[in-house]
Design a protein around this ligand. Structure first.
Ligand SMILES: Nc1ncnc2c1ncn2[C@@H]1O[C@H](COP(=O)(O)OP(=O)(O)OP(=O)(O)O)[C@@H](O)[C@H]1O
Length: 310
């Protein structure tokens, strides 16, 4: 596997804030890589450094083996978090302007713009002024502007924010298509279900550091099958009586239970059956949401303990 993006020992501070702290990870060619982490964890700063917009204080970032520079910037289709379209221009004119800026000739650009506007069910907006678009609509136009020149690497900062479920699904489909055509994709998100469905590899940030990185399937395997999905009818009070578990996604007749230590799943089943009618009881790999919460939670507890000791 060849490495497309390499981030090695990278740090960045803004005044007293260490936004990114000794971060390393690699994005392999032809894969979809997810950057995850709570608000303020350092995702956007890292993305901006890969795009040579912010310069790192320490460490090395390479794209296809070359240090980041204006040249590597051109290899990347980048959709920033803050969307930057010209509000007074018409959609079609704007896309044409941006495509030509990225080196496309007019005929190719016209054809591609037409194709993508149709794909996004947005062809009717061709003559609409950008300032009149809704948030989701302008998000789609910005996405088209990012991909229209067909670069080999795509970086999307929060691509799903502001999109309804139908458009999120469409965007997901298109990102997977880009991968199937051989492109390399890195995106940041808070939407765990999108990551589970799309990403080959992930990197989880917390407080500027990488707390977990690797192949998503392997990470899930390593976490072990110690999560129970339970569907029941009746009194859910038994859930409050379980020790050494963490309960996620609880509702009136469903819960995802993470077994922390000691207790075995049969004990949970026995206690549940005393109080409720069980419709489903399944031992599964943890969801990414569970992995996110437990890894970030444990990291924050460790940090707090270190702070108290010092
Ligand atoms: N230009 C800047 N000046 C000062 N501080 C900054 C700047 N950019 C980022 N930071 C700080 O760096 C830290 C990391 O921010 P960053 O935007 O990279 O996080 P993020 O993981 O993308 O968060 P979110 O999920 O909320 O978008 C935060 O504490 C933020 O306040």
């Amino acid at each position: 596997m060849s490495v497309t993006i390499s981030v090695e020992g990278v740090s960045k501070s803004f005044g007293q804030t260490k936004a990114v702290d000794d971060v390393s990870f690699e994005v392999e060619k032809g894969r979809i890589f997810g950057l995850l982490g709570p608000n303020g964890a350092g995702k956007t700063t890292t993305i901006r450094m890969i795009n040579y917009i912010t310069l790192q204080d320490e460490g090395e970032i390479t794209i296809n083996g070359q240090q980041v520079s204006p040249k590597t910037q051109k290899m990347i289709g980048y959709m920033p978090e803050e969307r930057g379209l010209y509000k007074k221009m018409k959609v079609g004119e704007q896309l044409m302007y941006l495509a030509q800026l990225k080196g496309m000739n007019k005929n190719d650009a016209r054809e591609k713009i037409k194709y993508w506007l149709h794909r996004f069910n947005a062809y009717d907006w061709h003559s609409k002024v950008v300032g009149e678009l809704s948030k989701g609509m302008s998000q789609k136009i910005q996405f088209i502007a990012t991909i229209v020149h067909n670069p080999e690497i795509y970086i999307f900062d929060e691509p799903f924010s502001g999109l309804d479920p139908i458009n999120s699904e469409l965007l997901k489909e298109i990102i997977i298509e880009l991968k199937e055509q051989g492109s390399t994709i890195l995106f940041s998100t808070h939407r765990m279900e999108q990551v589970e469905q799309m990403c080959d590899d992930i990197c989880l940030f917390n407080n500027g550091k990488v707390v977990l990185t690797g192949n998503l399937r392997q990470i899930k395997k390593d976490f072990g099958k110690n999560t129970v999905l339970i569907e029941f009818q009746g009194d859910g009070g038994f859930l409050d009586e379980l020790d050494d578990v963490r309960i996620n996604n609880r509702s009136t007749n469903f819960a995802e239970i993470r077994i922390l230590n000691g207790l075995n799943s049969q004990e949970i089943l026995r206690k549940a059956m005393e109080k409720a009618e069980i419709h489903k009881f399944q031992l599964v790999e943890p969801s990414l949401n569970e992995i996110f919460i437990s890894t970030v939670g444990e990291d924050n507890i460790k940090k707090q303990q270190e702070a108290e000791l010092s």
